[in-house]
Design a protein around this ligand. Structure first.
Ligand code: PMV
Length: 320
């Protein structure tokens, strides 16, 4: 038994947010921002979790943990991992993440996935990806109530994933080396649950109007997957713009989002759209690598936080 360090990537949704809730396919990609988790067995029975990002540390008694703590989901992921391995130990867990939290970028899932991998390795076990993803999904239920499962899947496997509720996941074969993703924050926080409800109410009020939009979004994701696998990123960009139009139509865009999306397109992005729940949060712009700098500069004039990332091939990995 030893200290083990594992990491897992965050994600962005490229196609199909909201429409995925009602059964349409969606596509998410892992990004080159990672959560790192170190785990070390200790002699005391408790689980100590510290977060470099939050600047806090807390002890958890596995018998009666403080469930209100923001660090509890991490302790819970560790306990679930030990249950899976049929063992119980005291642990010291340290988390350090470069994924912006509460921004729709899968930060909690990446931390959960890296925690499962690190805890198993610290206790001398190797876990298959399928088990890591499943344990992290269970842990995520605490944070999100009803997670779709896409975040833990992307954090575990990396790359690009097509997902359909009730049907599962498909890994897409895409060479993303010619492109970058530029992410820009509106600086406006949003609540995913409220936006999901708002969209569902609109659909319930006007089903005849909204259903064709859902159908279009589903076809769009399927076409986008084809274009990605073919390496036709111009087409992928065009389809991102169409997807953004559908998201505006269902009421989850805002003036700030539109401003960023149009600025990215004018600066040379192949396509730009809101990503995740909308109502604030981030936009994502797809750029040829050589154009990313220009898009970043244009967005930095309007956004408090701009990140240029690439699509990350590798999912969870053991660092040491
Ligand atoms: O912003 P995020 O990553 O929490 O994205 C929410 C995505 C939705 O499709 C709006 C909801 C969901 O559960 O899929």
């Amino acid at each position: 038994m030893r200290e083990a360090l594992a990491s897992a990537p965050g994600k962005v949704i490229l196609f199909g947010e909201h429409f995925v809730v009602e059964g349409q396919p969606a596509i998410a990609v892992a990004v080159s921002l990672r959560a790192r988790v170190a785990a070390r067995p200790v002699d005391e029975p408790r689980i100590t979790v510290s977060s470099a990002n939050l600047g806090v540390q807390q002890d958890f008694d596995p018998q009666s943990p403080d469930r209100s703590s923001p660090l509890y989901p991490i302790a819970h992921a560790a306990v679930l991992t030990m249950e899976e391995l049929g063992t119980r130990r005291g642990l010291q867990i340290r988390v350090n993440s470069s994924i912006p939290p509460a921004a729709g970028m899968g930060s909690s899932a990446a931390v959960a996935v890296a925690t499962v991998r690190a805890v198993a390795a610290a206790l001398g076990h190797d876990l298959e990806k399928e088990r890591i993803s499943r344990i992290a999904f269970e842990a995520e239920k605490l944070v999100h109530g009803k997670p779709s499962g896409i975040d833990n899947t992307v954090a575990t496997y990396g790359g690009a994933i097509a997902y359909r509720r009730g049907e599962g996941f498909l890994e897409l074969e895409v060479d993303f080396s010619p492109v970058s993703l530029v992410l820009a924050d509106t600086g406006k926080p949003r609540r995913t649950g409220e936006l999901v409800q708002r969209v569902l109410s609109l659909k319930a009020a006007f089903p005849q109007v909204l259903e064709p939009l859902y159908y279009a979004a589903g076809r769009l994701a399927v076409e986008a997957a084809k274009m990605m696998e073919r390496g036709d990123f111009e087409a992928v960009g065009v389809l991102m713009n169409v997807n953004h139009g559908l998201l505006s139509a269902i009421g989850v865009s805002t003036a700030e989002i539109e401003q960023l999306v149009y600025a990215a397109r004018q600066a040379g992005a192949l396509g730009a759209k809101l990503t995740g729940a909308g109502g604030g949060g981030f936009i994502v712009a797809l750029c040829r690598r050589e154009d990313a700098g220009r898009v970043v500069s244009a967005l930095e004039r309007l956004s408090p936080r701009v990140l240029a990332v690439s699509v990350e091939k590798e999912g969870v990995r053991l660092e040491s």
